[in-house]
Design a protein around this ligand. Structure first.
Ligand code: NAD
Length: 479
């Protein structure tokens, strides 16, 4: 089948008739073609968005909210279809897409349909000067949203929903590796009655289609989620054009375990924070630091739990670890196992590709635990973004804090302890945009989301996202 671009409410082939193969990671087969859109396709998407902007930006909040709620409901109504499409494109277990990805895509629309009705502007009375200032938050115009392959519809809608809620029109590009659910979203938007041109979806490579969006002189804001190197490249292009930029980038997150934690809860959650979605979540705790008094016990128990995780076809309900997203990605992840061995790391479990009967060409590997001697080795410093974690012991709070912070990234951190004072000391000093204490990936969509250092610039989520997608204008009236 052919996936098409969604422009002005209609589905189109790419103008230059360039196509890319789309693979099913569970069996390595090509199952669809996607447009590799050119500048001209992006221009058409822009023209449609620009034409829709005057109407959409003046649509009442009630009406915007009503349409977005309808999109949310239709995503929910299509749960099975979307979850199966997501799994086929990405390799993740179908049950996971059903439990997390698709419900969250629906929540993104529902959340921002409500949030926009509560998004207030400020006023400041200049007392004694007979003047009042009020602050308008106006939509920017046409904005660009670019998303990665790990949580395809989840992250695509995380950007699109606040952008359109705030009154903007959008040119969006999903990852070329996982385009299918974004394609299906176009149909849903039409059925929900989203006016033509409010959302336009162009497919293609980052270096061609994505680059054309970033370079477009009239697309005034870019919300990007993806790798740190891509983010830096986008910033180099967009900054001299004075675009608003939100960059949600890579991570190499510490999972810090103190002996006084609730051990069973920690163990269960650590298995999840290590290997959920094949370890392909920017928030996964891929560096595990364990207080030395419980290190040996943890090592034995963790390896045992991970051994019991079934690696298998994504449609099997018992599968805990599905297929990695692509052949190139599998090869990249496996290359880090060699690096680990060269650096003196010890593979405690996994470390190998797995061939599954009936799906011999799929991209499977065992969840992998590497015991490292030093936190400074490459496997502990570089983002692998697969089912690979490192573990090592620590002796005290200062030491682990230093190791936790000694990476270029600063997206999230997880802390396991029941000591309140330690919690306060550590959470204050951890260099991360998000710190979880005695939990992981617990999300409240009102909270700010983003990273420090090389993990990104800006915050999304809640009103932060609505602030990003609006321009602030202060009006001062003397009376
Ligand atoms: P990527 O950077 O390769 O691609 C992300 C998106 O950018 C894709 O749609 C791609 O086509 C596009 N792109 C690539 N080059 C571009 C260019 N020159 N101009 C415009 N667009 C371009 O990332 P990926 O491999 O798809 O995703 C994995 C990365 O995403 C990891 O580093 C992961 O940590 C990160 N990530 C971060 C978050 C977060 O919220 N911080 C969430 C998920 C994933």
């Amino acid at each position: 089948m052919n996936i098409q671009n969604y422009i002005n409410g209609n589905f189109h082939n790419p103008i230059k008739d360039n196509w890319l193969d789309n693979y099913n990671p569970s069996n390595g087969e090509i199952y669809s073609q996607i447009p590799n859109s050119s500048k001209e396709d992006v221009e058409n998407a822009y023209i449609a968005a620009k034409a829709a902007f005057p109407g959409w930006s003046q649509t009442t909040l009630d009406e915007r909210s009503r349409i977005m709620l309808k999109v949310s409901e239709l995503i929910e109504a299509n749960l099975d279809k979307l979850a199966e499409a997501e799994s086929k494109d990405n390799g993740k277990p179908v049950w996971l897409a059903k439990a997390v990805d698709i419900p969250r895509a629906s929540s993104n629309f529902r959340f921002f349909s409500n949030a926009i009705t509560q998004f207030a502007s400020e006023s400041h009375e200049s007392v004694g000067q007979q003047a009042i200032n009020y602050t308008l938050r106006q939509p920017i115009g046409v904005v660009g949203c670019i998303s990665p392959w790990n949580l395809p519809l989840y992250l695509f809608t995380w950007k699109i929903a606040p952008a359109i809620a705030a009154g903007n029109c959008v040119v969006a590009k999903p990852s070329e590796v996982t385009p299918m659910t974004a394609y299906l979203l176009g149909e849903i938007c039409n059925e929900a009655g989203l006016p033509k041109g409010v959302l336009n979806i162009v497919h293609g490579l980052g270096t061609s289609t994505g680059q054309a969006i970033v370079e477009h002189s009239d697309i005034k804001a870019i919300s990007f989620t993806g790798g740190t190197a891509t983010g830096a490249h986008i910033a180099r292009t967009a900054a001299p054009m004075f675009k608003k930029l939100s960059l949600e980038l890579g991570g190499k997150n510490p999972n810090i375990i103190f002996a006084d934690c609730d051990y069973e809860e920690m163990l269960k959650t650590t298995v999840r924070s290590s290997f959920a979605n094949q370890g392909q979540i920017c928030l996964c705790g891929s560096r595990i630091f364990v207080e030395e008094s419980i290190y040996d016990q943890f090592k034995t128990d963790f390896v045992q739990r991970v051994k019991n995780m079934k690696v298998g076809h994504p449609s099997d309900e018992k599968t805990k670890v599905g297929a990695l997203v692509s052949k190139q990605h599998l090869e990249k992840v496996l290359s880090y196992i060699d690096i680990a061995k060269e650096e003196g790391g010890k593979v405690l479990y996994g470390g190998k590709q797995l061939i599954i009967d009936g799906y011999e060409n799929g991209y499977y590997m065992k969840p992998t635990i590497i015991e490292v001697k030093t936190d400074e080795c490459r496997v502990n410093q570089e983002e692998i973004f697969g089912p690979v974690v490192t573990i090592m012991p620590f002796s005290n709070e200062d030491e682990v804090l230093q190791m936790a912070n000694k990476v270029k990234y600063g997206l999230s951190a997880t802390l396991w302890t029941n000591d309140l004072k330690r919690t306060m000391r550590m959470t204050n000093q951890l260099q991360a945009g998000i710190v979880w204490v005695n939990t992981w990936l617990m999300r409240d969509l009102r909270t700010p989301f983003g990273g420090v250092k090389d993990s990104g610039v800006g915050r999304e989520g809640g009103f932060e996202a609505l602030r990003f997608f609006t321009e602030t204008k202060n009006v001062c009236i003397k009376y």
